[in-house]
Design a protein around this ligand. Structure first.
Ligand SMILES: Cc1cc2nc3c(=O)[nH]c(=O)nc-3n(C[C@H](O)[C@H](O)[C@H](O)COP(=O)(O)OP(=O)(O)OC[C@H]3O[C@@H](n4cnc5c(N)ncnc54)[C@H](O)[C@@H]3O)c2cc1C
Length: 458
């Protein structure tokens, strides 16, 4: 279909007055892309401010056969917002109110466009916590996090977005409003439709309200950064920490090439010859935390680290975590382009995965950065290359070999970023025909005409 007819344009303009509608190419430009850097021009962009407008829009889209592409901040890295094939982009950012925080029920009820860090800050002031902490926490929204099942560093202890969604309101294609789940922290009546929306990449309905489970905020935190001469030392230490019965609130891993890259952009605390590092965070009550920290340091010391540094409380911890934040900018000092994946393997397979990736990298002659959420087996793999120098095909080959390795070890091609457009072609390597058939028939049940974020996810 080439675009909207004049009558359709008029109808949308009436439904979304003022700057709630635009079809000006310059204004729509940013709405055709996301952090995947893929782009396709939208036919129009609308910005609903309330559920009623969303109901009207989905009814209209079904009647007119017009595809809709939901988006929030567009920080997903897999093309999940890109209006591939053409259609109307629906920006949910104007539905951005925290509707309720209930310290007795331990729930927050929010509209989808609330920025996750804003909710967390508000909760923190009340002694409450919403744990999922994607690195994009300051630039992404609850709606986007739910639709992608965002993870983060604290997943090792607290789980991912899925573990905190108790209920949703969603407008389904055709305009019906589904209110499912609610404020109960337990509920086993029927299938879990609320969580079906988690990770659905905007393909089943437009989320208009989300009820999240909360926890009490831990009184204190502490962090430890430690390094070992070899990768094996860091991986062995991770195993020892769990074996000692310690469950860190974060356990981040940085391999040798990552440490070298970070050293290119800033002062680093580790001595020369450090081959891999772990960055750990503990949280809990103040007194218990002091004892836990000592125990953690004792276990780490037992694995012969080449250095170890601690930070107690946000101010001291900050410089340690700055190292982790530098990885992304530092990677571009290694090479101008990257292919990045967020593979996940069972914890028992982490060592074999890291060694296998190193082998593949050495054979290819490209630098492959391996780092990330070691505690739950979720590793970021950045294949660094120079597209202009003709490295593109080699980088793609490395990416393909890494995927094969991960799947052969019982892993998954994505632990948190999702499928979107960029991993769609690889789906059949991981999912069985029956799994795909069931997923696609669920999609058909919600969206018989295939008009909501078509071509994404599964
Ligand atoms: C620097 C950086 C760091 C990142 N770190 C992490 C990380 O640590 N962990 C992680 O998991 N991800 C990470 N990401 C990826 C990204 O931030 C997440 O996928 C995030 O959840 C996307 O949120 P968003 O608000 O930007 O949503 P968008 O990217 O706008 O949308 C994401 C998906 O949600 C759908 N959607 C949005 N709103 C709605 C709605 N109201 N109803 C239905 N569907 C909707 C869209 O159609 C799309 O499929 C990172 C990205 C960047 C750029």
């Amino acid at each position: 279909m080439p675009g909207l007819t004049p009558a359709q344009t008029r109808s949308l303009r009436d439904r979304f007055p003022g700057d709630g509608f635009t079809a000006v190419p310059e204004e729509m430009c940013a709405f055709g892309a996301d952090a995947s850097r893929l782009f396709e021009a939208p036919w129009a962009v609308v910005r609903p401010e309330c559920e009623e407008q969303v109901v009207g829009l989905l009814t209209w889209a079904q009647d007119e056969g017009v595809p809709l592409f939901p988006r929030a901040r567009g920080t997903n890295v897999v093309g999940a917002c890109v209006p591939r094939g053409g259609g109307v982009v629906v920006s949910m950012l104007r539905m951005n109110r925290i509707l309720q925080i209930d310290a007795e029920d331990f729930v927050a009820v929010v509209q989808p466009g609330v920025v996750t860090a804003d909710l967390q800050a508000e909760l923190g002031r009340r002694g409450l916590m919403y744990p999922p902490d994607p690195a994009s926490v300051r630039i992404s929204t609850i709606g986007g996090n739910v639709a992608t099942c965002a993870g983060g560093m604290s997943a090792v202890k607290y789980g991912v977005t899925r573990d905190y969604v108790l209920g949703v309101r969603a407008v389904l294609p055709g305009g019906r409003v589904l209110h499912t789940g609610g404020r109960n922290h337990k509920n086993v009546v029927g299938l879990d439709l609320a969580r079906l929306f988690v990770g659905s990449e905007g393909t089943l309905g437009l989320l208009t309200e989300i009820t999240l489970k909360l926890l009490p905020k831990p009184e204190a935190t502490a962090s430890v950064l430690a390094g070992w001469p070899q990768t094996a030392g860091a991986l062995a230490a991770a195993r020892e920490i769990f074996a000692a019965g310690i469950l860190p609130a974060a356990m981040e891993f940085m391999d040798h090439d990552v440490l070298s890259a970070v050293a290119l952009v800033g002062e680093v605390p580790w001595p020369e010859g450090t081959g891999a590092a772990l960055l750990l965070r503990l949280d809990g009550g103040r007194e218990a935390l002091a004892a836990d920290l000592e125990r953690l340091e004792r276990v780490v010391r037992g694995t012969s680290p080449s250095f170890m540094r601690r930070g107690l409380g946000a101010q001291e911890e900050e410089p340690l975590w700055e190292v982790r934040r530098l990885i992304n900018p530092a990677s571009f000092k290694v090479a101008p382009d990257k292919l990045s994946d967020d593979i996940t393997v069972p914890r028992s397979q982490v060592r074999e995965t890291v060694e296998g990736i190193r082998r593949i990298a050495a054979e290819s002659g490209l630098t492959v950065l391996v780092f990330g959420h070691l505690g739950d087996g979720n590793l970021h793999v950045n294949v660094m290359h120079d597209h202009a120098a003709g490295d593109g095909p080699r980088a793609l080959q490395v990416k393909g070999r890494v995927l094969e390795l991960v799947l052969s070890l019982g892993g998954t091609m994505s632990g948190e970023h999702g499928v979107g457009l960029t991993k769609f072609a690889q789906l059949e390597k991981q999912l069985s025909p029956l799994e795909l058939e069931l997923m696609r028939s669920i999609k058909k049940t919600f969206d018989p005409s295939g008009l909501l974020n078509p071509g994404k996810g599964y």
